[in-house]
Design a protein around this ligand. Structure first.
Ligand SMILES: Nc1nc2c(ncn2[C@@H]2O[C@H](COP(=O)(O)OP(=O)(O)OP(=O)(O)O)[C@@H](O)[C@H]2O)c(=O)[nH]1
Ligand SMILES: [Mg+2]
Length: 339
């Protein structure tokens, strides 16, 4: 199941700077001794688990990550500057393995966990180091070591923050297409979605949450009708459920009120716990009605089903109301005020 975000990258630690070949040159001092300093060490590469990100999408663009090289040593016994370490920030829950050896390198489970994945090269030795009683003017230096480099696979088992519930054709996949970069199939027949899909919804430049689209439910799902309720288990760790209703079903045997009741009762049959989760009502396909009729039509549905919780009126196709919904979800998730 596509609940894993996965990416391959290459990382390289910095090379050590070369040692320096130099002799003291000062006025009135003939034949000053060697004074070539050592090279600086190359920077190492670390991974740091952080809660500031929850996806690996950025790594799809930047594939090569390199720590800084150490600088060369210089005269007057000056050691070269060490290269800065590179700290790569990944979401908590990322596992790292070596693509070539298949070795598992790390599993970053907690915020702040940090592991080194490539050691920077040691700086080379300057010629001062080779001075001895028999060789007062050594011309020998060593070069800096290469830094380690590796091909890595990063994997993240995503946990969805928001789950979508609804009848087939309610527009769940259309909503995730509209709000995230995930592109599940959308079609005007029931059970288009056969497996859960996850989408990462970006809000502004920095924030995001994960939304899960599961196959539609129908009356009798708990007894195995349609695709059954097996996929509801994927919604158990979500923080909010969105119950998506088609306000104007083309199937005349269905009406929004019945659709709502059917899903609610299947949810209850599946798990009392899940049915107690925070649930928002999403009235979808408002583009199908003239805008002057939308409120009346929606209010009637809300009244008929006796809904008391939050309500959003949207069109997954035109995008109307979707930004507002995204912002509200983000705020709710951020505040962590979820029961
Ligand atoms: N006019 C209109 N049509 C919509 C809207 N959202 C979805 N649709 C249409 O409704 C049909 C079903 O949409 P999907 O997104 O596939 O529905 P789903 O809930 O994922 O359905 P399943 O995967 O079968 O459970 C498609 O023909 C969509 O184009 C909307 O906001 N307005
Ligand atoms: Mg679908």
């Amino acid at each position: 199941m596509k609940f894993v975000d996965e990416v391959n990258i290459r990382i390289a630690a910095g090379k050590g700077g070369n040692g320096c070949l130099s002799f003291r040159r000062e006025k009135f001092i003939a034949k000053g001794g060697p004074d070539g300093g050592d090279g600086g060490d190359g920077g190492s590469v670390y991974f740091l688990a952080s809660e500031t990100t929850n996806t690996l999408v950025d790594f799809r663009i930047a594939k090569i990550h390199q720590a800084e090289n150490g600088s060369q040593g210089s005269g007057k016994n000056m050691t070269g500057k060490s290269g800065s370490d590179l700290e790569i920030i990944v979401p908590v829950g990322t596992t790292i393995s070596d693509l070539d050896t298949k070795e598992e390198i790390g599993d970053l489970k907690e915020v702040g966990e940090r592991i080194k994945v490539a050691q920077g090269g040691e700086g080379g030795l300057g010629n001062t180091r080779f001075k001895s009683s028999v060789n007062r003017a050594p011309r020998k230096i060593t070069k800096g070591d290469e830094g380690e480099s590796r091909n890595l696979k990063l994997e993240l088992k995503l946990i969805a923050d928001v789950g979508l519930l609804g009848m087939p054709n309610a527009g769940k996949s259309s909503l995730i297409r509209s709000m995230s970069s995930a592109k599940p199939k959308v079609a005007d027949y029931p059970f288009t979605t056969l497996y859960p899909n996850l989408g990462v919804v970006s809000v502004g430049m920095l924030q995001s949450f994960v939304m899960a689209d599961i196959p539609g439910l129908i009356e009798g799902a708990a007894e195995g009708s349609g695709l059954g309720i097996q996929f509801l288990k994927h919604l158990q760790r979500t923080k909010i459920l969105l119950h998506i209703i088609d306000i104007f079903p083309s199937d005349l045997s269905m009406n929004p009120e019945k659709a709502f009741q059917d899903i609610e009762s299947e949810l209850m049959k599946f798990s009392e716990n899940l049915s107690k989760k925070t649930r928002w009502l999403i009235l979808n396909k408002i583009d199908l009605l003239p805008s002057s009729d939308v409120d009346d039509h929606c209010n009637r549905i809300i009244e008929n089903i006796g809904w008391k919780g939050p309500i959003y009126k949207i069109s997954a196709i035109s995008g109307e109301g979707c930004n507002e919904l995204g912002n509200a979800l983000m705020e709710k998730i951020e505040k962590n005020e979820i029961d």
